[in-house]
Design a protein around this ligand. Structure first.
Ligand SMILES: Nc1ncnc2c1ncn2[C@@H]1O[C@H](COP(=O)(O)OP(=O)(O)OP(=O)(O)O)[C@@H](O)[C@H]1O
Length: 225
């Protein structure tokens, strides 16, 4: 039986700008199953970031609904939403988002601290996550002492350490050369297969779509049929 990790129904986001209303996302409905890797493709300005931000509960839609593991995200209060964002949904962005003063291991540990996981268990899970992304030997280095690809792998280890139901990635390979970007996509595909999490990855790189179970295309805020 497939379990639906993420469901969006008739999502719309309208921004008011001096030049008038911008319909950044326009009546988008989609589902991502547990263990499924979906790539979202679209040109710059097509609405990818706006859509991912709503799906991750970071922005509320103008209309429509988002369900994560069967729960209506709009029905959650701020505290429940914060908990959801730190435990069930993980995000990986183009600009890595690591804390520069912390080591790789300390960066990966952040979500577990938020969850108040006991220290011994934190250490075990951080070591496991760093090993998965092949960075066990770099645990003590700070982001500035790592390459771009290594930093992105730290970001992925941090994203998955709390075993989220859903991984949202916005151009995770945008800053990387094509070989490193390809390795990052392979890593995401492997994590999806091994952990059963769902992943939605936005990219305008057509080659990366080859790793996906399914490709969605967005154009002017609307998904292609
Ligand atoms: N806060 C905002 N206020 C006004 N307009 C916005 C805002 N955020 C996004 N937009 C507009 O919404 C549309 C979609 O933007 P979005 O960032 O989602 O595109 P994208 O597909 O992620 O692009 P890129 O690949 O360049 O990151 C664009 O026309 C953009 O100008």
């Amino acid at each position: 039986m497939t379990t639906t990790a993420l469901r969006a129904e008739h999502l719309t986001r309208v921004f008011a700008t001096p030049a008038g209303e911008v319909r950044a996302v326009d009546d988008v409905s989609l589902e991502v199953a547990a263990g499924e890797l979906v790539v979202l493709q679209g040109r710059s300005g097509a609405g990818k970031t706006t859509l991912l931000t709503m799906l991750g509960g970071l922005d509320r839609p103008t209309s429509g609904r988002v369900e994560l593991e069967g729960r209506d995200v709009a029905g959650l209060d701020e505290a429940a939403l914060r908990e959801l964002r730190s435990t069930r949904v993980a995000s990986v962005f183009q600009t890595f988002g690591l804390l520069p003063v912390l080591s790789a291991a300390e960066n990966v540990e952040v979500p577990l601290r938020i969850l108040r996981v006991p220290r011994a268990e934190r250490e075990r899970r951080v070591a496991e996550a760093l090993a998965i992304v092949d960075l066990a030997d770099h645990a003590a280095q700070r982001p500035g002492e790592l390459s771009g690809g290594q930093q992105q792998r730290v970001g992925i280890a941090r994203a998955v350490v709390a075993r989220p139901a859903l991984l949202l990635a916005d151009e995770p390979t945008g800053q990387l050369d094509s070989e490193t970007g390809s390795a990052i996509m392979d890593l995401i595909a492997r994590l999806v297969a091994e952990t059963g999490m769902a992943a939605l990855v936005a990219t305008h790189d057509a080659n990366l779509a080859a790793r996906a179970d399914r490709v969605l295309r967005i154009h002017d805020g609307r998904l292609d049929a």
